[in-house]
Design a protein around this ligand. Structure first.
Ligand SMILES: Nc1ncnc2c1ncn2[C@@H]1O[C@H](COP(=O)(O)OP(=O)(O)O)[C@@H](O)[C@H]1O
Ligand SMILES: [Mg+2]
Length: 500
């Protein structure tokens, strides 16, 4: 945008006094100016629009307009040029109006040549500065655009936060992943908006340490997304280049994040499968061996109970009580062994048409007394649906999920069992949801691990089995949970067999 250095400055004179104009020409042409002359506002403007100017000297009293009125149009025609108004009789008011209107100066006839030349040179310097500033601003804008394009088109999340953690940059990928618009995110505290409560302190410590000068570290944290779920993001925090002291609302650090949810889930699945395979070989054999003596013990206990029942002394009832406790414990052990064997050495699956609605009804009815005793409302929304697979296995799936839901739900809560199949979907959908305590985001990813339990008497095998069975049916399972609000498990089961 700066003119080539060898270009002569263009001086446009708009004045109906031909003698004066020629005079000015004689003054400025020897000083290296290209001078053009025109006697009217209309022609002056036409010339300015056609060729532009570096400096225009305009008479205030033109035959067809006032110079002051012409000023805005001239500035429009050549935005980087300067305008000097000439008049024979100055008043303070007209001078002020001229300068307000954008004139560089106001000169009064008759003028001294030296002063006029000085004014013109000052005006040109001003013009040059303005052009330089304009060029720099454009360069800056272009460079900003380049950075913005890189940041916006990037597949990683980029956030910019100030020293208080307020967001001033929230790129497109961050918006996509979180479901938040930039308007919803900018100006808000990043931690509160994006990190679940139970991870905030840890993340804040990382960011603080980085801001305080620790080497930029990487860490993983759950990312809250708009619908209440979370993803796992690996973050890298870097301090913004500290050329200037950081004002409180300037970006102090950038957080660059990659969504590693799927990668971590795959790694976990691989590790779990490997762990199961290891256990499977050795421990499944052992479990099998334990099962026989266990069954023998249960049988003997049962006989013992019958024997005790015949005793007539007052010792009978306490003895019977103890025997029942032992029996209950042995049965629990028996169930644990069956679950474990099922998981480690799954038997072949049946493939038969199943009335899903009937099966769900049956499982729900079985749990009805337990729900009533716990003061939990069990709601059924069961529409006719079918699936193909193994009835006993699916029964176990629904049972495990329903028991988990009931165990998590306090008195007064609601557990809902629903199933439906929309006409355009090949899969039946079963949803078991509760208004119970929910699962903290930090443990959400662990609930499918074999033996992961938060219950005193839990085996931690329920959900592992559920997932294994659902996947062997060619179906899918999705678990969503919000701590303190509840959990929802959604199963989709192929209505036509594609089980394996
Ligand atoms: N509906 C639910 N609400 C809250 N937490 C649940 C729910 N379902 C499962 N969990 C959590 O997942 C863990 C593992 O569940 P599971 O595999 O069935 O084993 P277990 O029930 O023996 O603990 C539970 O201990 C519990 O912490
Ligand atoms: Mg369970």
């Amino acid at each position: 945008m700066t003119p080539p250095p060898d270009r002569r400055p263009q001086l446009l004179i708009v004045d109906d006094n031909r003698d004066l104009a020629e005079n000015l020409q004689d003054i400025f042409e020897p000083r290296g100016f290209a001078v053009r002359f025109t006697p009217s506002a209309r022609e002056g403007l036409a010339l300015a629009r056609a060729e532009g100017f570096d400096l225009a000297m305009v008479d205030v009293n033109l035959p067809d307009a006032s110079g002051a009125d012409l000023l805005p149009a001239l500035r429009d025609a050549s935005p980087l040029g300067e305008v000097v108004l000439i008049t024979g009789h100055a008043t303070l008011d007209s001078a002020v109006a001229a300068v307000r209107g954008g004139a560089f100066q106001y000169v009064v006839k008759p003028f001294k040549v030296d002063e006029l030349v000085a004014t013109v040179e000052a005006a040109l310097r001003q013009g040059t500065l303005r052009r330089e500033r304009e060029a720099l601003a454009q360069q800056l804008a272009a460079s900003e655009r380049r950075y913005r394009d890189v940041v916006e088109s990037s597949k990683v999340l980029v956030l910019g936060i100030d020293t208080r953690g307020i967001m001033h940059l929230f790129n497109r990928r961050a918006a996509e992943l979180t479901g938040l618009t930039p308007e919803e995110a900018l100006g808000r505290p990043a931690l509160d908006l994006l990190i679940p409560a139970d991870s905030r302190e840890r993340v804040q410590n990382h960011v603080r340490a980085t801001l305080a000068g620790a080497p930029p570290g990487e860490f993983e944290a759950p990312l809250l997304i708009k619908d209440g779920r979370s993803r796992t993001v690996r973050w890298h925090v870097v301090v913004a280049s500290a050329e200037r002291p950081t004002a409180s609302d300037e970006i102090a650090a950038y957080a660059v994040g990659t969504d590693v949810t799927d990668r971590r889930a795959l790694e976990r699945r691989a590790a779990e499968a490997e762990a199961l395979a290891h256990m499977g070989t050795l421990a499944a054999g052992l479990a099998h061996e334990v099962r026989n003596p266990l069954n023998a013990a249960l049988l003997q206990l049962h006989l013992l109970g019958r024997g005790i029942a015949k005793v007539t002394t007052e010792e009978r009832d306490p003895l019977l009580g103890r025997a029942r406790i032992v029996e209950a414990e042995l049965k629990r052990l028996e169930r644990l062994l069956s679950d474990f064997l099922e998981l480690a050495r799954p038997r072949p699956m049946a493939r038969e048409p199943i009335d899903l609605a009937g099966l769900l009804d049956e499982v729900a009815s079985f749990q009805e007394p337990a729900a009533a005793a716990a003061g939990v409302t069990l709601v059924r929304r069961i529409a006719v649906s079918r699936a193909v697979g193994d009835r006993e296995r699916l029964k176990q799936v629904f049972h495990n999920l329903l028991v988990n839901a009931l165990e998590a739900t306090p008195q007064g809560g609601v557990v809902t069992v629903s199933c439906h199949r929309s006409a355009d979907e090949p899969d039946a959908t079963v949803v078991i949801s509760d208004t119970g305590r929910g699962i903290p985001s930090g443990t959400l990813e662990r609930v499918f691990e074999p033996f992961f339990t938060t219950k005193e008497a839990g085996t931690g095998l329920g959900l592992s089995i559920v997932r294994q069975i659902v996947e062997r049916h060619g179906g899918a399972i999705d678990l969503e949970s919000a701590e303190g609000r509840g959990t929802r498990v959604t199963l989709s089961l192929p209505a036509t067999g594609r089980s394996h």
